[in-house]
Design a protein around this ligand. Structure first.
Ligand SMILES: NC(=O)c1ccc[n+]([C@@H]2O[C@H](COP(=O)([O-])OP(=O)(O)OC[C@H]3O[C@@H](n4cnc5c(N)ncnc54)[C@H](OP(=O)(O)O)[C@@H]3O)[C@@H](O)[C@H]2O)c1
Length: 213
């Protein structure tokens, strides 16, 4: 698939590299394509991915992936231009600066705000509930980590689930886009365990079903 990853930090860099290694056409949409760190990232993919401006990356993409700080979402969506009909994966978490809570939540969600900013895009919330290290490698001895996702467009969700499976996750459909009101606090739980309870980044959540292997 033609994927534009907006942002090339912990999450954007990891997801882009993972998908490029699986044969997807990945372009990082960044503010400065000539930036040394961005160029290093491109080099790491051995020419399988490239970097461009945000509008150039988004223009030819079927799937646009938002991996910017929540505060930058409005600017990034505006820069991306016309997203009509495109699948828009929202990976953001609206975290308070001390990581103790959400700046948006409970009666709405970052994902719903993203959908309001890009009303003609097909928004799916995904890749927000675990750390970027797990996005690089979601395989544990007990099996693959679960990747919960939600959205209102069935075909968009199918694409999102396929991209999660390509990285090695077990994708699980959590429901409509408003379920992001649950997925975003769930991300905060992972952050709390990792950073405040001392678990560090090498753990994750896995949904198990009775009667299955
Ligand atoms: N870190 C995690 O493990 C993790 C896990 C799940 C979800 N998340 C969420 O994912 C998002 C990204 O987290 P991260 O850790 O990857 O952050 P990060 O490493 O700081 O990377 C953020 C990226 O966004 C870019 N950016 C910032 N403002 C922008 C704008 N206005 N337009 C275009 N690009 C812009 C930055 O580019 P510049 O270099 O130009 O500043 C950078 O490439 C956040 O919402 C976070 O809550 C993070």
């Amino acid at each position: 698939m033609r994927i534009a990853v907006i942002g090339s930090g912990n999450v954007g860099g990891t997801l882009g590299k993972g998908w490029a290694s699986k044969g997807h056409s990945v372009t990082w949409g960044v503010r400065d394509p000539g930036d040394r760190k961005v160029q290093h990232l491109v080099k790491e993919t051995q020419g399988k991915a490239r970097a461009a401006s945000v509008p150039e990356a988004a223009k030819s993409a079927e799937i646009v992936v938002l991996t910017v700080p929540y505060e930058a979402v409005q600017d990034a969506i505006r820069s991306a231009g016309d997203l009509e009909g495109k699948v828009l994966l929202d990976c953001t978490n609206p975290l308070s600066p001390d990581l103790s809570g959400l700046t948006v939540g409970h009666t709405t969600s970052a994902a719903e705000q993203v959908a309001a900013l890009a009303p003609h895009a097909r928004v799916v919330k995904i890749f927000n509930t675990t750390g970027s290290g797990n996005m690089a490698n979601p395989l544990y001895s007990a099996g693959p980590l679960t990747m919960l996702y939600c959205g209102d467009d069935a075909a968009a969700k199918k694409s999102a689930a396929g991209l999660a499976a390509d990285l090695g996750f077990d994708p699980v459909d959590a429901g409509g886009l408003a379920v992001a009101r649950l997925l975003e606090p769930f991300a905060l739980l992972w952050i709390n365990l990792a950073l405040k309870q001392g678990l560090g980044p090498d753990f994750g959540f896995r949904l198990v079903r009775r009667g299955s292997a």
